[in-house]
Design a protein around this ligand. Structure first.
Ligand code: NDP
Length: 497
């Protein structure tokens, strides 16, 4: 079921495919077919990529263009992503194990993000203050932060790249991209599309390979900012490494979202939303709604409905149009998911659906896991608080509203949560009291490019998407100007020295 096999993925530096090194073999997690060889970029080539980005930024070939021009290029990039959407979707489904229908949605989202970033490039502006006396003018300028490294995880290779790159380009930054060693093909293709759209050579560079390549980016004095998405553990390493050169950081890290279902929810919607929230993208999603927290009065009815829906979820080959849940990213990750489920069973929780690996038949020896429900999960259990990153729903019941909200907050993460209720008081009270960067109400994993995402607590620092996400790639400069004859001394206002 490979599209082209195996493809060679080499670094892209200063507009050239260049650089050799050891090859990292990538096998499709659905079929185990050898689909890509990824060059582990050597240190001297990583340094070359960083220098190319630095030079391109410092000589202003992109940063000094007009917002109007950058917007036109970003709109062209969106059109090219649309043109190549099927190829990009197949690359992500094949290398990443995600269902092709989800991959198509990701690529559509990536194009929308480019169009939104184009609008920001066009309308970006600073501010001014003229209310501090007739001789004072304060100009607040917005300028690109400089050279940024964009570190991309494997769960949304094209989409997460486009949560960062178009915004950085809209601001006028130059970039060095580090895709995941498991899913590098779509990022490489998008880098080539940038060039076709009119981004000058050197502004977008890609270095392939594993975490050590990312570490070189964190440490480089020539890079001004790291925008990282991945695990909280690696996020901490990025922070430590970036401290040496005092870089700006944007960290989009792990999550452990809850669906809090109150007893006046529309049950049909909640059943569909809870099931979608935990199975979307194989459950390998930082905003996966992995914890169902349900009010006592409706718990049995809701659970029966969710179990029925989860039984209908089709686990299958990523490139099969009928597949709802594809393959886990790799064997080690599948083992981690299965171990967490087994650990919950051993600790007294009840595995009421699934819980095992799936193999054989059309699934061959791919990395498949059954859609799983674990009932009776107490806050002390590992599965309540740790990211599982698989199609696994834990269930915890609550009595009053305050208890439901407190359970949602009782994890170290704070990326997103959803609440289900038809009562506006309950929805708004919960939205205010839940400590996460996003709260969905009567919906799950939903939202346009205008809405920023990012974490409270251990889920990270900074925001992506929206105006807040664009702002991350900008510096703010105050220019304080006095005009006319100076009225007083520097020390004592109103007197001349
Ligand atoms: P990581 O956080 O290790 O990887 C994310 C990205 O960071 C990859 O491109 C990785 O490269 C790169 N990287 C690794 N080390 C460094 C470093 N020191 N400096 C800069 N970049 C680095 O995630 P994993 O793939 O190991 O996944 C582990 C767990 O993390 C998952 O099971 C899941 O729980 C969570 N996760 C959360 C994500 C989210 O969206 N919040 C996304 C992915 C994972 P490479 O992979 O090539 O080594």
């Amino acid at each position: 079921m490979t599209t082209t096999a195996p493809r060679l993925i080499r670094p892209y530096i200063d507009g050239e495919v260049t650089g050799d090194g050891e090859l990292i073999e990538r096998r499709a997690p659905g079929t185990n077919a050898h689909v890509s060889n990824i060059v582990a970029t050597e240190r001297h080539d990583v340094e070359r990529a960083i220098r190319a980005a630095r030079t391109s930024f410092d000589d202003g070939r992109w940063a000094d263009t007009t917002g109007f021009h950058r917007a036109a290029v970003l709109n062209r990039l969106a059109d090219l992503i649309d043109r190549d959407a099927e190829l990009l979707a197949r690359l992500d489904a094949e290398e990443g194990g995600k269902p092709i229908r989800i991959a198509r949605g990701d690529v559509g989202g990536a194009a929308s993000l480019c169009r939104y970033a184009a609008a920001l490039a066009l309308t970006q502006h600073g501010d001014s203050y003229t209310n501090n006396g007739p001789d004072f003018t304060g100009i607040i300028m917005k300028q690109p932060i400089g050279v940024v490294s964009l570190v991309i995880p494997w769960n949304f290779p094209a989409l997460i790249l486009c949560q960062k790159l178009p915004f950085a380009l809209a601001a006028g930054c130059s970039a060095v991209i580090k895709p995941s060693e498991f899913t590098s093909a779509s990022a490489m293709h998008i880098a080539h599309l940038c060039s076709e759209a009119g981004v000058p050579d050197g502004v977008v560079n890609v270095v392939t390979g594993a975490g050590d390549v990312g570490q070189l980016l964190n440490e480089s004095p020539l890079i001004d900012m790291v925008s990282f998405t991945g695990s909280t553990a690696t996020g901490k390493k990025v922070m430590q490494a970036a401290a040496g050169t005092m870089k700006k950081l944007s960290l989009e890290l792990g999550g452990k979202a809850a669906s809090v279902v109150f007893d006046d929810a529309d049950l049909e919607d909640a059943i569909a939303g809870v099931t979608f929230g935990v199975t979307f993208n194989n459950g390998e999603c930082c905003v996966s709604q992995a914890r169902l927290i349900v009010q006592d009065g409706i718990a049995d009815e809701l659970l029966a409905g969710v179990a029925e829906r989860m039984r209908q979820v089709r686990v299958g080959q990523p490139l099969d149009e009928a597949t709802d849940v594809g393959a886990m990213i790799h064997a080690q990750h599948r083992e981690k998911v299965l171990d967490l489920v087994a650990g919950a069973g051993a600790a007294g929780a009840e595995i009421t659906l699934g819980g095992g690996a799936l193999q054989g038949g059309e699934l061959g020896d791919g990395q498949f896991v059954e859609a799983t429900i674990i009932d009776g999960v107490r806050p002390g259990l590992e599965v309540f608080s740790q990211e599982i990153f698989g199609p696994v729903l834990t269930v915890t019941r609550f009595g009053d509203d305050a208890e439901g909200i407190s359970l949602a907050n009782r994890v170290s993460y704070g990326l997103s949560n959803s609440v289900w209720s038809k009562n506006i008081d309950r929805v708004l009270t919960a939205a205010k009291e839940i400590r996460s960067g996003t709260v969905y109400a009567n919906t799950a994993i939903d939202g346009p490019p205008q809405m920023p995402i990012g974490g409270f607590k251990a889920s990270g620092i900074g925001r992506e998407m929206g105006e807040a996400g664009f702002e991350e790639f900008l510096e703010t400069k105050s220019v304080n100007i006095r005009t006319g004859r100076r009225a007083g001394s520097f020390m004592i206002p109103g007197t001349r020295a």
